[in-house]
Structure formats: structure tokens, C-alpha cells
Write a protein that binds this ligand. Structure first.
Ligand SMILES: CC(C)(COP(=O)(O)OP(=O)(O)OC[C@H]1O[C@@H](n2cnc3c(N)ncnc32)[C@H](O)[C@@H]1OP(=O)(O)O)[C@@H](O)C(=O)NCCC(=O)NCCS
Length: 291
């Protein structure tokens, strides 16, 4: 079974090895042998290990780390998408990107960007990313690497509106139950929910999900907090049919945005040459590439 989890320092050696072997296996033919050798030489620096610990996610299959990926939430930049050669073509790269899309949605991002290796651009296109122009990375070691800047809109999500009339006096118990259940759904992949009391005396809950499928999956995990459900059921005098809302236009500032996460699409920043780089190319926006 494949799971994706936050990386730790202990994953750095695996991540480095996956980066090295996947580049040698899949990028050959698109870059010169000298470039490939220069690209993957060396050992992980303390700085790189810190990036792994802070920002990387790893795909784990049968207890073995088989893929990596990262998202910089301040900029929407996706990076370090590498899959172990023995596990390529099994959907792992796609699942990592899907995971990072949900992460981006949770942080209120509306657009993601990445700089694709020439070999990987068709892979990203098959998953909805767009971009055709070729840019050049140039590292301080004199290594120039062609890449394709690409972007993808973060999918708008799936919203369900719930409405209830409550028994007078049961509001506090209802709210406590609602909080517990919505926390549980967040841990199962929901993008969050809000509870509102309407001026018409009806209570409204607005719940957002990455997709209808993600919501179905969360419900099919079973074992929801029965005490919380019972508290809510006891408080409800009259339930109204739930309404599915398709996003059409506009956006909300997320609370995450006020905590320093981007709520706007990242600017496209062109690449600049001549940056000091230990591991691989950097772009002109000052971000250190993890390739
Ligand atoms: C690019 C890479 C991450 C893809 O990972 P993967 O796990 O092998 O890809 P998946 O199996 O998830 O493929 C997902 C989809 O992309 C398609 N795809 C994968 N590689 C492709 C390619 N080179 N060209 C066209 N389509 C491709 C698959 O057919 C699949 O589509 P489908 O779901 O319709 O069948 C992996 O090959 C890799 O690590 N390459 C070397 C490192 C690299 O270049 N990384 C990118 C850095 S920007």
C-alpha cells in the first residue's frame, strides 16, 4: 500500500538516493552525460537536509521510501518530484502531485508552479499542468540545465451546505459535537468547514473538500466520533436536505492567509543566471531548487 507522509531528517539519505537514481534513469537522453554527472554528484549538505526536514513529503510503499515531493506554500512552488526507478510508471509521481494539490488548496493557494525537467514535462501535462517555453538554469558551478516553467490552477474544490433547525437550549452541545466532527473530517482530508447561525433561526454549515471523491473516501473510512454524532442528532429538531455547491467565481481570504500563507496566485518570475548553488539549479526568485 502506498502512503504519503511528511519527511523527517532520517529520510534525507533515501531522498538523496532517489533524486540521484531517478535523474540518471529518466533524464538521460535529455541532458548531456556531463550535465547529469554534475547534477547528481556530491553528498547531502546540512542545508539540503534541513529543506528535506522542513518541506519534503515522501511516498512510502511497503515501508520503503519510493518517492519525494515538496511544496513551498509561500510561493506555490512544487519541487523535488522524484520516483525511484524501480517504482516509476505505477502512479506514484501522480499521487504525490495530487497530494501536493490538496496541500496547496488547504493553504488557500489558487495556483501552483514548477520548473519541469525536459523529460518530465509530458508527465506534468498529462496531469493538467500547462507551459511550453524553455528556460535555462545556470548554477555557480557553470551547469546550465534546460527546464519548462509550468503552472496549474489549484482545483476549486467541492462544497456542501448543511442546514438544521435546533431544539432551543441544545445549541452548545450541538456546537461542541460539530467542532469534534469537523476536526475529524479535517484529519480525513476535508479543507475545513464553518458553522453559522442564520438570522432566520436556521444553522448553516459550509464544508469544503478537494473533490466529491475525497468526501466519499472520508465517510467510507467509518468509525466517526459516535458521541459527537449523537450530540448533534439529539440537538437537531429539523434537518434540511444538504446542498452541493459548485464553485463558479470568486474566492475567500483564508485564515491561513492571515497567518502568512499566500492567498493569491504566485507571480511568475523569470530565471536569472549566476547563483551560488550547491545541489542544483536555482531560479531568479531566490528560491533554491531541489533538483
Ligand atoms: C517524472 C516522474 C516523477 C513520473 O513519476 P511516475 O511515478 O513514474 O509517474 P506516474 O506513474 O505517476 O504517471 C502519471 C501519469 O503521467 C504519465 N506519464 C508518466 N511519465 C510520462 C512521460 N515521461 N511522458 C508522458 N506521460 C508520462 C503516465 O502515463 C500517467 O498517466 P495515466 O495516469 O494517464 O496513465 C518520474 O519518472 C521521475 O522521477 N523522473 C525522473 C526525475 C524527474 O525528472 N523529475 C521531475 C522533476 S521536475
Amino acid at each position: 500500500m502506498l502512503t504519503i507522509r511528511k519527511a523527517t531528517r532520517d529520510d534525507a539519505i533515501d531522498a538523496w538516493e532517489i533524486r540521484r537514481t531517478s535523474v540518471l534513469a529518466a533524464c538521460a537522453g535529455h541532458y548531456s552525460e556531463a550535465d547529469l554527472a554534475g547534477w547528481v554528484e556530491g553528498t547531502p549538505t546540512e542545508r539540503w537536509i534541513s529543506v528535506v526536514e522542513r518541506d519534503f513529503y515522501v511516498a512510502v510503499h511497503d515501508g520503503w521510501v519510493v518517492g519525494t515531493g515538496m511544496l513551498t506554500v509561500e510561493s506555490g512552488q512544487v519541487d523535488a518530484i522524484f520516483v525511484r526507478p524501480s517504482h516509476m510508471g505505477r502512479g506514484i509521481g501522480g499521487k504525490m502531485l495530487q497530494f501536493l494539490e490538496v496541500l496547496a488548496a488547504r493553504h488557500g493557494l489558487v495556483e501552483m508552479r514548477l520548473d519541469a525537467t525536459l523529460n518530465a514535462a509530458p508527465f506534468y501535462r498529462s496531469l493538467g499542468w500547462t507551459g511550453d517555453s524553455v528556460s535555462i538554469y545556470r548554477t555557480a558551478r557553470g551547469l546550465k540545465l534546460a527546464c519548462v516553467p509550468m503552472t496549474k490552477r489549484v482545483p476549486p474544490g467541492f462544497v456542501v451546505l448543511y442546514r438544521w433547525r435546533l431544539h432551543p437550549g441544545s445549541e452548545d452541545a450541538f456546537v461542541q459535537g460539530w467542532i469534534r466532527l469537523s476536526d475529524e473530517f479535517r484529519s480525513r482530508g476535508s479543507l475545513g468547514a464553518r458553522l453559522h447561525r442564520g438570522s432566520d433561526g436556521i444553522w448553516y454549515s459550509y464544508a469544503q473538500w478537494p473533490s466529491a471523491q475525497a468526501r466519499n473516501d472520508a465517510f467510507s473510512m467509518g468509525n466517526l466520533d459516535e458521541t459527537a454524532m449523537a450530540a448533534m442528532r439529539a440537538a437537531i429538531a429539523e434537518p434540511f436536505p444538504e446542498i452541493v455547491l459548485d464553485p463558479v467565481a470568486g474566492g475567500l481570504l483564508s485564515l491561513a492567509g492571515h497567518a502568512g500563507c499566500s492567498v493569491e496566485g504566485p507571480r511568475h518570475v523569470s530565471l536569472k543566471p549566476e547563483r551560488d548553488d550547491e545541489q542544483g539549479p536555482r531560479e531568479g526568485n531566490g528560491r533554491e531548487g531541489q533538483r
